[in-house]
Write a protein that binds this ligand. Sequence first.
Ligand code: CA
Ligand code: CA
Length: 272
Amino acid sequence: MKITYDRFVSIMSAKNKPAAVVKPGDTVVFETRDCFGSQYKHGNEDESDIDKSLINPATGPLYIDGAEPGDCLKVTIVDIKLVGKAQMEKRFFFEITDGLLIFDGKTTIPINPMVGVIGTAPPVGVDVPTHTPGMHGGNMDCTMITAGALVYLPVNVPGALLAMGDLHAVMGDGEVCGYGAEIAGEVTVRVDIIKGFKHPLPLVEKDGVVAAVASADTLDEACRLAVENMAEYLVNIGYSKDKAMLLLSLKGDLGVCQIVNPLKTARMEFMV
Ligand code: CA
Ligand code: CA
């Protein structure tokens, strides 16, 4: 099953019509445009030729049969394929060869393909543009969301309505200039439903590291929320609240996902 890039949303909403329907355990390919809607080919395009409605598209949404409000949607990132050149701002294009982004004549950067936007529909009546992160996921720009990662998202509406896009060939934590190496591609995921999931969401897991991802108006508040959510996770797996905080202080790593979106995103990592 593949959802092509022409099926996309600009707002994560319970009102979006499903682009496809699958069952839990199914594997789906999301074909994605870059964050500019793949409209720049050379960087000398006229701004008036750019269709603003194609900016920041998230392919989908995918309806998962049996997903009910209160469930958790587990998304396994099976594979990320990149297509074409990467781009930053309007003008800068970068070739990718043999796993390296060719930055300039003297600098190459090993790629680390990641998904910038991945989320479910927020609760009914709460519509969130695809460039904003939140409790539904969305534009988290979390560098842990690479092939092999598990992304746990809330199911707020029947079917969950999963959508994703905004691939980056590589991005540093913080995304300080506002762009990763923006690129089109294909994300292969497996979707599963977990009933009775007790941990705060969204949650990302990769190579034994679990991270609570949180977004807020300020980075301070996002950090506070990420720590609180990860402490709750540790309490849920059997630690006292006091010990959970001690443990996070000793072997947890607090990190910045991004500081450039309408809400800022932090993550509290813990090797379980
Ligand atoms: Ca982004
Ligand atoms: Ca981006």
